[in-house]
Structures are given as structure tokens and as C-alpha cells.
Design a protein around this ligand. Structure first.
Ligand code: TRP
Length: 446
């Protein structure tokens, strides 16, 4: 089913780097460390690892199969296979809107911290980083930086799939790996590094399998691998018939696990060395890390390098959900890519402004929500992605014939196909049952 006019990624490595670019982002470097900090460190790492292997990889393969077979956007892809199932694509579009509504805001924070590291103002004498962060959030700078970040994404997407997405990922991802490894080595020499490693690497099993930890870790597995929303359907629609889907999904997952683990190995030793607590929540990297950098020689430089890392990681992810919306608008509403990109950018700016400017206060399931930021974050990672992931398993495992999945992931028999039947059992039985169990248990249904 190849469509000659449609764009496609060049080499084997491109498919991996592009999908890993989507996966590795704020999820691994900002969200993972603070969730791990709040849920017992190593306990969280362990459960997250299991969720990635047993739940997220099968869902990713399911999405790859749908995308590569149909060569269509999330909505069009499901619809081509079965009319009623386009709703699963729409769940993805809704989720992409949720994520677009808050992800750029954090990306904007990192851009601001990058600029203020370079011009030195972040490290003025006697600064209190917690107060600094609060003051920054109350100023108009977050609006400026959020919009700059959306525009950076816009400029990549408007260049198209090959010259924009593929090229950007191929350049930025290697830089990101180098910076992260470099930082991990630097942090290993800090005074209380061992205490940080202990916190992050010795699990407390009781805490690990509590419904709350499971629920959060499963949500994080979906979020950090960009699965459950049709993002991988969209990206796989640009794969060619030779792309090894199993190999790609394994490489992407391992790279993401590697980055999340390295992020933990950078952040926890640093936090303990500065005598701080790892339970800071979303502000963890913006308050504790400057605190640590400040005592290093060349503080602004290290700090700038770290925030470049965050910004690069975020950018290769923002282009992926920008692309989900752009491809949907262009293909389903028969508009040019250019117009679709502008529309996506416009909608994203509006959603981000709402998040930045509107505050309220309500409680749900013991959590306090104070802006659309919290709703989007919780609603996407904990509700829409697991639902999308569950139904992707049902669709590929039960609605489609078994041969659909097996043929697609083995490239119609061209790849050694021994693991295909085992992966089919994962996507048909094990993954959906586990997702539903963790989801309902986490919501307190039983
Ligand atoms: N995975 C990215 C991160 O960890 C975020 C992301 C990009 C995403 N595309 C997605 C999350 C699609 C869910 C679905 O930062």
C-alpha cells in the first residue's frame, strides 16, 4: 500500500532517530525524575521499566503496524482499516491537543533558564531559586518563551517530513546523547553522589507495586514512549516497507530507558549533594539543579549545557505532536501542508495561552488542579493515553485478523519471524489486561 507521492524517512537509522526523538523529551528528563522522586526513586524505576517492556512496546508495535500499512495520519489510518475505529484516531487528536496545551509551557521555561544561564542573571549573588522560579512564573516571560518555542517547532514542521522532521532529529539526537553522558560523568564526582545513586537504584518492593505507583508508572511509560495517541501511527506512515518495526520499537524503547536512567543518575546525586529533597514535583529541575550548578566552577556554562539538553529533547518531541495534528488537518480536511501547519500553530498558541493565563482551584481524586496545565498533564498521561493504548491492543489484537499484525511486524516474512507470535500474544492478551487492571485499580474502581 505504498503511496508514491507521500514523504518517507530515508535510512534505517532515521526511523529510529525520529521515533526516539519523539519519545525522548521532557517526559524522560523532566517528568520522569520528579515522578521517581515522589514515588520512592528505585521502586518507580523498576515498575516503569516493566511497564515499558510489557505494555508500551506492544502498543508501539500496534501503532507502527497501522501507520506503516495504511500510510495515513492517525484518524485516516484507523478509518481505512475499519470505519468505526476512526474514533480511536480522534482520541489521539484530543490527546495531542491536551499535550500541546501544556508541553510548550515547560519547554518555554527551559528556554528562559537557558537564556538566563548564558547571560548570567540566573546566578546573581544571593539568589533564592524557589523564589526566582515563582517570580518567573508570575511574570510575562513564560508567555514570550512559550510562543518562541511553538514558533521553533513551526519552522521545522513547515519544512516538511524529510527536510524538517528527519533532518532535525538526525542532528539533534546525537548531540543530546553526548551532553547527557557528559553531565552524568560530571555529577559522579559530586560529594553525595553515592546517596543519590542509592535512592535511585535500590528499590522498596512494597512501594513499587502499590496501585498509585503502578498507575503513575504506566502513565509515564505511555507518555515517555509517545504511545497511545496515534503519534507512532503518524510517524510510521513515513516508514518504508523495509523498516524493521520490531527492531525500531526495541531501539526506541531502550534509548528512552537509557536516557531516563541517565537523567536520574544526573539529577538524584546532584539533589542529594546539595542537601535537597527529591520530592519537589514539577519544579524539581528548575529549582534544585540551579542550586547545584551555583556551587560548581563555571556554573553558567554547566547550567546552559543542561538547559540546551532539555530544549533539544523537548523540540524533537514537540515536532511529533505538531505533526500528528498537521498531518490530520492536511489529509483529512484536504488542505495544503502549509495551511495545516499554520492552523496547528495557531491552535497551539491559543491552548498554551489559556494554560498560562487562567488559574482556578478544584479537587479530583485527591489531587488539586490549579490550571489547565494540571488537567492536561493528568488527563493525557493517566486517562487518554492508557485508553488509547488499550483500544489499540483491542483493535490490532482482536478486530483485525492475526495475520495483519504478524505480517506487518515481520515485513511479510522477510524478517526472521520467530518472535512475531509471542508479540501477538502480548498485544492480544497480556498488554490490554494489564492496562485495564492498572487503570481501573489506579482510579479506585475496585
Ligand atoms: N514522549 C514525549 C516525551 O517524553 C512526549 C510526546 C511526544 C508524547 N509525542 C507524544 C507523549 C505522543 C504521548 C503521545 O517528552
Amino acid at each position: 500500500m505504498s503511496d508514491k507521492k507521500r514523504a518517507s524517512f530515508g535510512g534505517k537509522l532515521s526511523a529510529i532517530l525520529v521515533a526516539a526523538g519523539s519519545a525522548i523529551g521532557l517526559g524522560s528528563i523532566w517528568r520522569f525524575p520528579y515522578l521517581a522522586g515522589e514515588h520512592g526513586g528505585a521502586a518507580f524505576l523498576l515498575v516503569y521499566l516493566l511497564c515499558v517492556l510489557i505494555i508500551a512496546i506492544p502498543v508501539m508495535l500496534g501503532e507502527f503496524a497501522v501507520g506503516r500499512y495504511t500510510h495515513k495520519n492517525a484518524v485516516g489510518g484507523f478509518r481505512q482499516l475499519s470505519k468505526n475505529w476512526q474514533i480511536l484516531g480522534f482520541n489521539g487528536i484530543l490527546c495531542a491537543l491536551f499535550i500541546s496545551g501544556y508541553y510548550y509551557v515547560i519547554a518555554g521555561w527551559s528556554l528562559d533558564y537557558l537564556v538566563n544561564s548564558i547571560n548570567g542573571s540566573l546566578y546573581n549573588e544571593g539568589i533564592n531559586f524557589a523564589e526566582q522560579f515563582t517570580a518567573f512564573k508570575a511574570s510575562s516571560w513564560p508567555i514570550v518563551y512559550t510562543i518562541i518555542f511553538i514558533l521553533l517547532t513551526h519552522f521545522i514542521i513547515i519544512k516538511g517530513v524529510e527536510k524538517g522532521i528527519e533532518k532535525a532529529s538526525n542532528i539533534m539526537m546525537p548531540i543530546l546523547f553526548i551532553i547527557l553522558i557528559f553531565m552524568a560523568i560530571r555529577v559522579a564526582f559530586m560529594p553525595s553522589a553515592a546517596e543519590g545513586y542509592r535512592f535511585f537504584l535500590t528499590p522498596d518492593f512494597k512501594q513499587a507495586f502499590s496501585p498509585e505507583t503502578l498507575f503513575t508508572a504506566a502513565g509515564q511509560a505511555f507518555f515517555s514512549l509517545s504511545v497511545g495517541m496515534g503519534c507512532m501511527v503518524t510517524y510510521a506512515s513515513y516508514f518504508n516497507e523495509k523498516t524493521n518495526l520490531i527492531g525500531t520499537s526495541l531501539s526506541v524503547s531502550l534509548l528512552t530507558l537509557f536516557v531516563a536512567t541517565l537523567a536520574g543518575l544526573v539529577i538524584f546525586p546532584a539533589v542529594f549533594s546539595a542537601g535537597l529533597q527529591p520530592t519537589e514535583g514539577p519544579s524539581l529541575i528548575f529549582i534544585t539543579l540551579p542550586e547545584i550548578f551555583k556551587d560548581m566552577p563555571l556554573a553558567p556554562l554547566w547550567s546552559a549545557i543542561f538547559f540546551i539538553l532539555i530544549a533539544l529533547a523537548a523540540l524533537t518531541s514537540t515536532i511529533s505532536f505538531h505533526e500528528v495534528l498537521t498531518a490530520y488537518i492536511a489529509e483529512e480536511h484536504k488542505l495544503s501542508r502549509k495551511v495545516a501547519t499554520y492552523m496547528t500553530t495557531g491552535i497551539t498558541i491559543i491552548l498554551s495561552l489559556i494554560t498560562l493565563l487562567w488559574t482556578f482551584d478544584f479537587e479530583f481524586m485527591g489531587k488539586t488542579f490549579t490550571s489547565t496545565f494540571d488537567i492536561y498533564d493528568y488527563g493525557s498521561a493517566n486517562i487518554l493515553l492508557p485508553l488509547g493504548g488499550f483500544f489499540t491492543c483491542i483493535f490490532v489484537g482482536w478486530v483485525m485478523k492475526p495475520s495483519f499484525f504478524k505480517n506487518e511486524i515481520s515485513n511479510y516474512g522477510q524478517l526472521p519471524g520467530k518472535v512475531a507470535p509471542a508479540l501477538f500474544i502480548l498485544i492480544r492478551y497480556i498488554a490490554p489486561v494489564l492496562i485495564m487492571y492498572i487503570f481501573l485499580k489506579g482510579l479506585g474502581v475496585f
